[in-house]
Design a protein around this ligand. Structure first.
Ligand SMILES: [Zn+2]
Ligand SMILES: [Zn+2]
Ligand SMILES: [Zn+2]
Ligand SMILES: [Zn+2]
Length: 156
């Protein structure tokens, strides 16, 4: 089933029972409104364990991994979708701009994401997905997980 249909069902259910639900995962329960865009979202920030790299906090994900949250945190004005400052901030990592604007932590996705040059490992040339992680970046450019581990065995 496509994501669009899934969201449609979720919205219909919400309208039927009149109960606010998290706009990202559809859960009811402890909800809060996002500071950036005023949408209902799980109030689950407190459950996040520091440094656990757990990404199951809806409110944290939206605030940290979307342009909407970034735009708000940076104090930009206007809509994030058309914000020139956001775009300029990601000029050198356009892939992240697109990821931040189109991942599943968004209530509303970037309609016309710009084309970006894929990021590749500077050693082996393997494609690196910046949004998914599993890479390192430094003076020698981006390195995939395998090349990073080969270079820094202590990290593996
Ligand atoms: Zn949620
Ligand atoms: Zn937002
Ligand atoms: Zn902005
Ligand atoms: Zn590599």
């Amino acid at each position: 089933m496509s994501r669009k249909l899934k969201n449609l069902k979720k919205a219909a259910r919400q309208m039927a029972d009149g109960q606010p639900r998290c706009g990202l995962c559809g859960k009811t329960g402890k909800l809060t409104r996002t500071e950036c865009c005023g949408q209902w979202i799980c109030d689950d920030e407190g459950e996040y364990v520091l440094f656990s790299y757990d990404t199951n906090s809806c409110s944290r994900n939206h605030r940290r991994y979307t342009l909407c949250g970034y735009h708000h945190n940076e104090g930009h004005s206007g809509d994030w979708q058309t914000c020139a400052k956001c775009r300029a901030d990601f000029e050198h990592e356009l892939e992240m701009y697109v990821y931040y604007g189109t991942n599943e932590y968004n209530f509303e996705k970037l309609k016309n994401p710009p084309k970006f040059k894929p990021t590749c490992c500077s050693k082996c040339g393997r494609r690196i997905n910046l949004g998914e992680g599993g890479y390192s970046s430094g003076s020698e450019g981006y390195l995939c997980a395998a090349c990073t581990c080969a270079k820094y065995p202590e990290l593996a």
